[in-house]
Write a new protein. Sequence first.
Lengths: 170, 419
Amino acid sequence: MPGLEDLYREIILDHYRSPRNKGELESPPATRVEGFNPLCGDEIVVYVDVEDDTVKDIRIGGQGCSISQSSASMMSAAVKGKSLAEVKGLTKAFKAMMSIHEQSLDGEGEGLEESGESGIDPSEIADVPEEVKLGDLEALRGVVKFPVRIKCATLSWNTLAQGIDEATAG
Amino acid sequence: MSEAGTTGSARLDVARIRKDFPILSRDIRGTRLVYLDSANTSQKPQSVLDAMDHYYERSNANVHRGTYLIAQEATEAIEGARGIVRRFIGAPSDRNVVFTKNATEAMNLVVRAWGTKHLREGDAVVLTEMEHHANIVPWHQLAEAIGIELRWIPVTDEGHLDVGDLDRLLDGAKVLSFTAMSNVLGTVTPVAELVAKAHDAGAIAIVDASQHVPHITTDVQAWGADFVAFTGHKLLGPTGIGVLYGTEEILEATPPFLGGGEMILNVTKDGFTHTELPWKFEAGTPMIAEAVGLGAACEYLTGLGMDAVRQHEVELTAYTLRTLTERFGDDVTIHGPSEPAARGGVFSFAYKDIHPHDLTQVFDEHGVCVRAGHHCAKPLMRALGVNATARASLYVYNDTDDIDALADAMDAAGQFFSF
Ligand SMILES: Cc1ncc(COP(=O)(O)O)c(C=O)c1O
């Protein structure tokens, strides 16, 4: 039976209390994208400044629960200054972590099925580069045991991906 | 059984009622199940489960077409349920009671079938800021299709409808469609008054009674509404069944919604003629067992007495408001009317700075089921200036122990997130 401490790790609460890269960037030149979690009404705003195929700067706005806010905060710290290829690898690795079958986590019989609950398509997590290190983001691993919260954790990542797409489209 | 479910013994015996609901004896992580999410969906008494089982075990057959005994019993089962529902809401005839999948489908039927036929580009439809998406999105869809205009009755800080500007909003409008009880704030709206205003302005009146029918005696004729929609699963019945009530006049003026079997009189290669009310709106094999379950649910509530149900909820609402304010003072914000008699047992609240999602996650550890989110009422959330709330809601099986458990879980959440 997963407990609250599986979900709310100390690092998560720390990022929730003192979010990194909170604020806005002037857009343009930065790209501004909004993400919605239709389940709970949370709204997140990602400002991303892409230059020379690198995430030069990033800021996070909006409101959300501890999981979506801390995930966004950790993400911003993890992707800042990284090349777009590295960000893509991180995103894949993060999503792969968010779609692991619960049974393989704690060996209990009562796991969640590999259902559509996470909203992650298998193609999004194919071929995760081996060298990717998730670092602090590992703390969010426990979220998989709380299926409805997976979308909280992935909201900022999906929004960032959209932002990068828009920034590189034209 | 009395008309409109007004039989009244004095008080609810909640301890006895709880024994009728098998799920309430389930323990959750070693504590009792504290179910405070009935505005979302209600639990089901044994009598409803038994009625549905009994139907499948004894009389399962398709309806309105078999000549054999069990087919006749199945037909009687669904039509009997229709009669029970008709009496429960005070409708004049079974012809006025259409079974749908849920309240959402009932609203879509009205908007698609009646709206498409009777509304034109530029026609105004008046809604309120406290509507459920079921009474918003179908209108948006119609607006996209034919270009109707939507107007909105605002909500006051106390969570009431602000009718100050109503005459202007209704001026020239074709429809007023509104909730009888807010699923977020619990606000009970002045239905008969609003219906009369709509009619005076030459508009039809549509009432979303999804939160009203389960909790307060409902008399659709006293309301005078043209259409009334509600859903079965919030009133102790099963999922998969809802009801659309309509006056004879308006149902006759509404073309069929879905086409297929059951709803026809004749079909040729050139066309079809539809059958009479209410089956004209019930295409295909209907939800027979679900109708039977809904009938049993209405009978269960009638047995309790809807006046007693309401009295219980007003008392427990007063206890909830008192307990939360006494125990948490300024740390808790409860949206909606402060006067228990003006509201149903639905409490949207904020506690400290804890996000509703985090709050209800901690509640779950304590077996307390409370919903977090926008409750399918995003325009209202925006008017309240929040993205989400935690929402606790009451029904016949809740007692003061449940409210105390909620308050204890709030304490636990406060400690967990104290920083
Ligand atoms: C006021 C109101 N209207 C409509 C609905 C829709 O009910 P259903 O989802 O059963 O169609 C609900 C419940 O979610 C509600 O609270």
